[in-house]
Design a protein around this ligand. Structure first.
Ligand SMILES: Nc1nc2c(ncn2[C@@H]2O[C@H](COP(=O)(O)OP(=O)(O)OP(=O)(O)O)[C@@H](O)[C@H]2O)c(=O)[nH]1
Ligand SMILES: [Mg+2]
Length: 394
């Protein structure tokens, strides 16, 4: 007997759906979050004059996503208008021990974290007696524990509330389809609660597609992807050594295996923004023998958010668009213009890799690499798209 064909389950991700996602900078008070935010906003990724609305308000900013493919396309087409992809970043107020029960800025702070889709967690590993540490001394593992506890305690509270509400609904019992679904949901909420009570983070759990559908509307804090930013002194960043580093890596490996860990010297990044020109910045980095960590932290955030890009090209405009990996052509078209999703007819597609290899669109065409795709086409990272859509119905 031939093997049964595996039914391919459509993958869905933890978190909010959509292509316009936000990340927030989270950490204990006074660890360098706002300094990082300002450094990102001021550096060449942050606030170039031809990119409107880069700084949305003092706490929210759009930052350019560095991408060699975009640079290559701009060079090739020399377009009148260039629009890179961006990532929206929030500077969030500092967290304190006990925030989950209202200490410090307490719940206001936690609601800001709830509003973002992913977390840059700044961990202070630099020693500087002048910069007060809210817990008295520099101990990054303790700080990691505090943040992890606070977020988890808040999630437990939410999940308990959700369970209580669910129990009110399932109490009347019965065999209806609706009741069956409610009971499945309740079992899932119980499973989430158990994981949290055992000290786990929701993003590290093993969930079925159905469970993820139940979990997403809970907007849990520990379900959000995290990129750990290890804030070192400039000296330690340059020599790639720090006395806390071993323990920090160990903690993250044990509690958040697989999450990206990026060393950074926020102090250095801030200092670099004070140079007048990009060339001076490059010269300084060359002298120090290091690279800025900012481009890497942005690209790694895109990765944990499962974001990819497609391009639209031409001499009028080269533009890089952001989509979730796995997005189909009509939804990708909808990112360009809301109406295109409904009126989508087809997409003319070839990949950047082909264009780069063959050098020219006509060559790509001659080699048969330009494809016409319909509404089931899953857009691949690096696709160059031309969308054909009908007229919008009034
Ligand atoms: N030595 C040193 N000082 C730093 C570094 N990063 C930030 N600071 C200093 O630490 C102080 C606090 O920095 P902020 O960026 O405001 O810290 P924050 O995390 O935003 O603090 P809250 O918003 O209060 O939670 C400032 O005086 C910064 O200059 C660093 O990498 N090294
Ligand atoms: Mg701050």
């Amino acid at each position: 007997m031939p093997p049964k064909k595996a039914v391919k389950e459509e993958k869905i991700l933890l978190g909010r759906p959509g292509n316009s996602l936000k990340s927030g900078i989270v950490g204990l008070a006074n660890v360098g979050k706002s300094t990082l935010f300002q450094a990102i906003t001021k550096c060449s990724l942050g606030n170039p004059a031809n990119f409107p609305f880069a700084t949305i308000d003092p706490e929210e900013s759009r930052v350019i996503v560095p991408d060699d493919r975009y640079d290559w396309l701009c060079e090739k087409y020399n377009p009148k208008s260039r629009v890179p992809a961006h990532l929206t970043i929030y500077d969030i107020a500092g967290l304190t021990r006990g925030a989950s029960s209202g200490a410090g800025l307490g719940n206001a702070f936690l609601s800001h974290i709830r509003a973002v889709d992913a977390i840059f967690q700044v961990v202070r590993c630099f020693d500087d007696a002048e910069i007060i540490h809210i817990e008295g001394d520099v101990d990054p593992v303790r700080d990691l524990e505090i943040i992890s506890d606070e977020l988890r305690i808040k999630d437990i509270e939410f999940t308990e509330k959700a369970l209580e509400n669910s129990k009110k609904l399932t109490r009347r019992g019965g065999q209806s389809l609706e009741m069956k679904k409610l009971k499945e949901e309740e079992a899932c909420i119980e499973k989430v609660l158990k994981l949290l009570q055992d000290g786990g983070d929701v993003r590290k759990g093993e969930w079925t597609v159905k469970e993820i559908e139940f979990i997403n509307p809970l907007f849990l804090l520990t379900a959000k992807p995290v990129v750990y930013l290890i804030n070192l002194s400039e000296k330690d960043y340059i020599r790639k050594k720090n006395k806390h580093l071993g323990k920090v890596m160990e903690w993250i490996k044990e509690h958040a295996a697989g999450d990206p860990i990026m060393p950074i010297s926020i102090c250095l990044e801030e200092r670099l923004t004070r140079f007048e020109t990009e060339d001076e910045v490059k010269a300084e980095l060359k002298t120090l023998g290091v690279e800025s960590a900012l481009p890497k932290i942005i690209t790694s955030m895109r990765k944990v958010l499962n974001l990819g890009s497609f391009f639209t090209t031409g001499t009028d405009e080269v533009r890089q668009w952001t989509i979730r990996n796995g997005t189909k052509a009509p939804q990708a078209a909808g990112v360009i213009h809301g109406d295109f999703e409904k009126t989508f007819i087809q997409a003319i597609v070839y990949n950047f890799a082909s264009l780069k290899e063959m050098g020219d669109e006509s060559e790509v065409k001659a080699k048969g690499k330009v494809m016409t795709k319909g509404k089931d086409y899953v857009v691949e990272d690096g696709d160059i798209l031309l969308i054909k859509a009908g007229a919008a119905k009034g």
